[in-house]
Design a protein around this ligand. Structure first.
Ligand code: NAD
Length: 732
């Protein structure tokens, strides 16, 4: 069985069909690539073939490239991996260029065979780069189709000619949302944007008809014609100059230079625009090789593509029959409860939303209504869908309405007594099999489970705010939580299309446990006289979406004070020194409670717009004359978090480092280019990481002490993925 097959009709049109055996979605493998190469050669050599249509037998065209191809190219090249990659990429360019030139005479540009692409649905990555090399792209009118080049999202960029061709087709400005943001569109929008050429009811028939009619001139790409001018201009053209200066400024403003792929992409576009097409492909291949050789791309692909998908597919799901949720109870219709009700109803689940007063329950449901109204305005949903989703949510004060729910999630006040009361009330009406979950952020699950008559069916399902936006859900096992409850939580997270991690019960679970030291280290530095702007920019330049001071403004300073007081009470003498609390409590005393008070570490105008760092801070905490260098600040921010992740692994809170990495990036935006805390430590190497811990401990205190596990790994020369990654002896 091969991935591509070819059949030539009596009309002389050869239909090449992509249909990877045993898969629901086509993905390009090395074998597939040589199949396609062989078939194109055969079609070009066969006099009976007048033209070619490349299509798919599946409902979509293709999901992209099997990213293991890249690893194979690198590994098979032995001592010179960069050469292996470059040559592999150039072979791919060779094939696509062969499709584009289609056997025409390079001087007269005559005598080539028309080749068209017919896309039934989704066409991503190489699944669009192949069509871009054909002479005309037809797509079915399929609103579910996703068409685009999402490579940048996993730390690479379109490196099979997609970058060079799209920029020459649309111009750098128009191509930038597709290349730099990985924007995906349906077929109609793709035609509007010029990504594809035609939307047709039957794209294969339309493509075949076009192929038979096409003249020599129809199959010469603009960039192969004399006098071709790039739309919008090249870098030395006045309007092109504006585009390139603007694009470079925009990319740096958004990424703070923390994403090597965005920079490399811009370089490939800029340099490629200055040279002829074939040289531009070579330039693209060199920058693509450069990015693939950067450890960041492998780390990002591992966490954001391979491991994220593995977790979503249930890599850590215990054996248990299907636990799909049919009816969900949500207790507490506040900020979190309202969001949970929305995402569940959107996933087709019947929801009962309970609060103390009908007014509060209705308000929670109204959140879904206003969210969906905004969606209608933006063309993301329809009035019919809105009614359908709202029809699934019952807002009530009556616990009896929970009867028949197979999962309940409580999101009432963060108070053990209130939580105990609602647990009992709900369990009184629930069936024996129902699972009860708490969305608590700070209270131990095993303690809350004491209120339950069935602690084996009691679990933590911890959402992040805002629920509808945040991709991660942290599932927490209490001491007595059973396998079926874990499977239930995982099946529910799959239904609402989020990414789960499963951790054990310990103070702040995993995500908050790492976020709090990040915030605290930032606040501590302010107390020491480090310039707040240096702290914030150091974080942004690491790729964090928000600096620690902005983050605490968002989550509110009084919440920080509350957590600090509760933690101090729980930890007693083990509580770290009060340097952070001093700054935090002082801010609270000043009434600077964060964004909600329009006053925090940042200043805000009346409408809540963030203006800049609050100048009054320097009255109390003047900036020291000697400031630390950028890397010193960055290492403090990074180590504060990653050492917490290592301790979570050491203590068994984390059972799988993949969850630690994926959870960090999706949960709080941990430097995505690093692949996560363990990915970053592997980049540093355990010996250097341990050395840095010692230096940081000597300079700043015991919180940076090297965990025993990291010390041992440094001595043995081990890496986290080598020792704990999938397939290793200690993998969970
Ligand atoms: P909230 O104050 O916005 O909402 C709580 C809701 O619970 C209110 O509507 C209240 O009327 C209702 N409630 C209180 N007692 C009740 C009872 N006996 N029966 C029914 N309803 C009752 O709070 P929130 O921010 O949505 O947080 C809820 C829970 O989620 C807390 O445990 C919190 O720790 C957790 N959490 C919050 C966040 C966040 O960012 N806010 C993130 C993750 C988890």
């Amino acid at each position: 069985m091969t991935d591509f097959t070819m059949e030539t009709g009596a009309d002389g049109v050869a239909i090449i069909t992509w249909d990877v055996p045993g898969k629901s979605m086509n993905v390009l493998s090395l074998e597939g690539l040589s199949d396609l190469d062989r078939l194109i050669d055969a079609a070009l050599a066969d006099d009976a073939v007048k033209g070619v249509v490349i299509t798919s037998a599946k409902k979509d065209f293709a999901g992209g490239m099997d990213l293991n191809i890249l690893a194979r190219m690198r590994d098979e090249a032995g001592d010179d991996p960069a050469r292996g990659l470059f040559e592999g990429i150039m072979r791919m360019h060779g094939l696509l260029r062969k499709i584009e030139r289609a056997g025409m005479d390079p001087k007269t540009l005559k005598g080539g065979k028309p080749i068209a692409a017919a896309l039934p649905g989704t066409a991503l990555g190489i699944g669009l780069e192949i069509p871009l090399a054909t002479h005309r792209i037809f797509a079915a009118d399929n609103p579910k189709a996703k068409i685009g080049l999402p490579e940048i999202m996993v730390g690479i960029f379109p490196g099979a000619g997609g970058t060079t061709r799209l920029v020459r087709k649309l111009g750098a400005m128009a191509a930038s949302p597709y290349l730099l943001e990985g924007k995906l569109v349906d077929s109609k929008k793709a035609k509007g944007a010029g990504l594809i050429d035609e939307v047709a009811e039957d794209p294969v028939a339309a493509a075949a008809a076009w192929v038979l009619e096409a003249k020599d001139a129809d199959i010469v790409k603009p960039w192969d014609q004399k006098g071709y001018k790039m739309p919008g201009g090249t870098p030395y053209h006045p309007s092109g100059f504006m585009t390139f200066v603007g694009a470079s400024a925009m990319v740096n403003a958004q990424t703070f230079g923390a994403f090597p792929a965005a920079k490399a992409l811009l370089s490939a576009v800029y340099e490629g625009a200055l040279v002829p097409f074939d040289t531009a492909l070579k330039v693209e291949a060199r920058w693509f090789t450069n990015i693939l050789m950067n450890p960041s791309s492998a780390a990002m692909i591992r966490s954001l593509f391979i491991n994220k998908e593995a977790l979503e597919k249930g890599a850590n799901r215990p054996e248990a029959p299907d636990q799909t949720v049919k009816k969900l109870g949500v207790l507490g219709a506040g900020m979190m409860g309202a969001g949970i009700a929305l995402v569940a109803a959107q996933a087709g689940i019947e929801v009962v939303l309970v609060d103390q007063a009908q007014e509060a329950a209705d308000k929670g449901k109204a959140y879904s209504e206003s969210y969906l109204d905004k969606g209608i305005k933006r063309g993301k949903t329809t009035p019919e869908k809105k009614e359908e989703v709202l029809g699934r949510i019952t807002a009530t004060t009556d616990y009896a309405a929970l009867a028949g729910a197979d999962l309940v999630i409580e999101a009432v006040f963060e108070d053990p007594a209130v939580k105990a009361e609602v647990t009992k009330k709900a369990e009184a009406v629930l069936g024996e099999d129902a699972v009860f979950a708490t969305n608590t952020s700070t209270l131990p699950i095993s303690d809350l489970a004491r209120a339950s008559a069935r602690p084996g069916q009691f679990i933590g399902i911890h959402f992040f705010s805002p629920v509808e936006k945040m991709l991660l859900v942290e599932i927490i096992k209490g001491r007595e939580t059973g396998d079926r409850a874990v499977a239930k939580a995982l099946d529910f997270v799959r239904q609402i299309r989020k990414t789960p991690i499963v951790v054990n019960d310990a103070r702040f679970f995993y995500a908050n446990r790492c976020i709090i030291p990040y915030i605290n280290e930032g606040i501590r530095m302010v107390g020491e006289g480090v310039a707040p702007a240096l702290v914030e920019n150091a974080a942004r330049q690491l790729g964090f979406p928000v600096g620690p001071l902005q983050l605490v403004d968002e989550t509110s300073i009084d919440l920080g004070v509350k957590i600090a007081k509760a933690t101090r009470a729980a930890m007693g003498d083990a509580y770290p020194d009060g340097a952070v609390d001093e700054v935090l409590f002082w801010m609270a005393d000043q009434g600077r409670l964060g964004r909600k008070a329009n006053a925090g570490f940042y200043a805000y105008d009346e409408s809540g717009k963030r203006l800049g760092l609050w100048e009054g801070l320097s009255g109390k905490y003047p900036e020291a004359e000697a400031q630390p260098d950028l890397q010193a600040v960055q290492h403090r921010l990074m180590f504060a978090q990653v050492l917490e992740a290592v301790r979570a692994l050491e203590e068994g809170v984390l059972e799988d480092i993949r969850e630690g990495d994926v959870g960090a990036i999706l949960g709080w935006g941990f430097a995505p280019w690093s692949g996560g805390p363990f990915g970053w430590l592997d980049m540093l190497g355990a010996p250097y990481a341990a050395e840095r811990c010692d230096a940081l401990e000597a300079a700043h205190g015991a919180r940076f002490a090297c965990p025993a596990l990291l010390r041992e790994m440094a001595e043995k020369g081990q890496s986290f993925y080598g020792r704990f990654g999938p397939g290793s002896a200690e993998a969970a």
